[in-house]
Every structure is written in C-alpha cells, then in structure tokens.
Ligand binder design. Structure first.
Ligand SMILES: NC(=O)c1ccc[n+]([C@@H]2O[C@H](COP(=O)([O-])OP(=O)(O)OC[C@H]3O[C@@H](n4cnc5c(N)ncnc54)[C@H](O)[C@@H]3O)[C@@H](O)[C@H]2O)c1
Length: 281
C-alpha cells in the first residue's frame, strides 16, 4: 500500500518553522519512508537543516535539501533543473508553502495582502508552472505522468478561525483550491492528477511558535486547550495527519482521484455550532 518506490517527490516548504514536525517536514519524511527519492525545497537554511537531520535518522532515505524562494520564478526553475539533474524525473509535487496573517481589507496593508497572495498562491502557481512540463514529457515518453498535491486550509471555507479574520489567507487558500481543480482539468488527459489537502487546526510548530510568541507560554497553553475543545474530535491534529493525506493523494492508490479536496480537520467544518458540545464553544 502507498508504495512510492521509483518515484521522485519535489516537496516545496519541506522545512519547519521551529523544531518538531511541520506539515512539509513530516510529508517529506513519510514519502522517503514509502520509498520515494525526495527533493525538498525551503527558503530557510535552518528550517531545511532540521529536515536533513530527520532524514539522517531514516534508514535508506534518499534526500536532497535545496534552498530556494518559491515566490521567485527563476529560483523555482533552477530548483526543478537541479532536481532533474540529480534524479532525472519528478513524479510528485507537493506545494506546502504557506502561512496566515490576520486582518480585514481595512486593517491590512497592501504589502501584507500581496505577501499573503504570494506566499499561499503564487508559490503553488510557480511550482505547477515549472513541474507540469516535466510530468507532461514523462507521460508522453512512458505513459507515467504525475501527481500534484496542494496544501490548503479550512480558512478557505470557514472565515473565523481562532476568533480572528484572515481575509487574505482565506482568499489565497480558496484561490489555491480553485487553481488545483482548474489545473486538474487542464491536465486530466495528460496523466497528471491535481488535488488539495484542506488542513484544519493542527498543532504544528508554526502554531505553537506563533502562539507562544504572541501570548506567552501560559496563555498559549490555555489557547491550545481552547482550540482542542473547538474540534468535534476533541483535539487538534498534527503534521502526520496531513502527511498521511498528502501521501495517499500522491500515491497510485489515488489514481482515479483528481480535482478534489480532502479535508483533514477532525470534523470542524462539518459541525454546525449547535452540533458541537456546548462546553466547547
Ligand atoms: N499548522 C496549521 O494549523 C495549518 C492549518 C491549515 C493549513 N496549514 C498549511 O500547512 C502548510 C504548512 O504549515 P506548517 O504549519 O507546517 O508551517 P511551517 O512554517 O512550519 O512550514 C512551512 C515551510 O515553508 C517554508 N517557506 C515559507 N515561505 C517560503 C517560500 N517563499 N519559499 C520556500 N519556502 C518557504 C518555511 O521556511 C517553512 O519551513 C501551509 O501551507 C499552511 O498554510 C497549516
């Protein structure tokens, strides 16, 4: 099941903003465990070195870490060329770069808006732009195309996460899901599948780090407990929940699945306020 032997995975945002398991790091490691050769890209040397250290603990992992900013078309093009020169092909693309900034159209600066769109949407556009032609060539030559998985957020459909509004994050993640579906249809006859994983409230290092910085340790723990209580399953998920979903969508077992969203949220988006335990609200 979920055998990725013989596949090369290009994982964008393969680091983690703090020690521990971010979604991209867990995805890269799980792909290596399933037999893929993994080319991981991140713009932070520190974030990437943590993934390299994790890969060193994995017997037989074939991993290359590469520094590049996924908002730069030249840097993405170079990263793709480097991946091809090392591994000769790309079967899987994971666009995991992203992150939120709160605000309304009035409170956000134009730079903050542009930054959110660049970080959450342009990065995936550029990943697709430079990897799709590679997958298309592979399909024409040997009948094997590829799979693209974009990492989205429930912010695309529930507009008050954590009691705060994030209009640019919400719009960019909704855009990411639409980019996925439209690209899936554009490439459906070329052997390339494109899907999104729609991530709920996960307790990744990004969240712990940001909450601790913003609120101090005691309040961060308090807020983590409140976030747990908001979820029908009673707990936040973690990076492995995301990685498992990404690996499934990237695998041959998902071969008939394209242009869709896999929601990984412990039931949050399906629960109406009245369905959630009243103590939890
Ligand atoms: N953590 C959550 O609760 C949560 C919820 C919903 C969605 N998500 C999504 O999951 C994804 C990963 O989140 P995470 O919590 O693991 O975050 P993270 O910040 O730990 O991981 C993202 C990685 O991307 C890298 N990165 C950022 N901008 C980059 C750029 N321009 N070019 C190259 N690398 C860049 C960072 O250095 C970092 O290593 C994001 O798309 C995020 O929106 C997370």
């Amino acid at each position: 099941m979920l055998n990725l032997h013989g596949k090369v995975a290009f994982v964008a945002g393969a680091g983690s903003v703090a020690e521990g398991w971010g979604n991209g790091r867990a995805t890269a490691v799980l792909m290596a465990r399933q037999g893929a050769k993994v080319f991981g890209v991140d713009y932070s040397a520190e974030a990437l070195s943590g993934t390299t250290a994790a890969m060193e603990q994995e017997a037989g992992a074939d991993w290359t870490g590469w520094l590049a900013n996924m908002t730069s078309t030249e840097e993405v093009e170079r990263a793709v060329a480097e991946c091809l020169s090392r591994y000769g092909r790309i079967d899987i693309l994971v666009n995991n770069v992203g992150g939120s900034a709160p605000g309304t159209p009035v409170s956000m600066s134009v730079d903050e808006w542009d930054g959110q769109l660049d970080r959450n949407l342009k990065t995936a556009f550029l990943g697709c732009k430079h990897v799709l032609p590679v997958m298309e060539r592979q399909f024409a030559a040997e009948g094997r195309g590829g799979a693209i998985v974009n990492v989205s957020s429930i912010a695309s459909m529930s507009f008050q996460v954590d009691g705060r509004v994030h209009v640019a994050y919400a719009a960019s993640k909704a855009g990411l899901e639409t980019l996925s579906r439209a690209t899936a249809i554009a490439y459906v006859k070329k052997g390339i599948r494109v899907n999104s994983v729609v991530v709920g409230m996960m307790h990744t290092p990004l969240v712990a780090h940001r909450l601790t910085q913003q609120l101090g340790t005691a309040n961060a723990e308090d807020l983590a407990a409140k976030r747990n209580a908001l979820i029908p399953m009673g707990r936040m998920g973690d990076a492995w929940d995301v990685a498992n979903a990404v690996v499934f969508l990237a695998s041959d077992e998902a071969g008939y699945i394209t242009a869709t969203q896999l929601v990984v949220d412990g039931g949050v988006t399906a629960a109406r306020p009245g369905n959630v335990d009243s103590d939890a609200r």
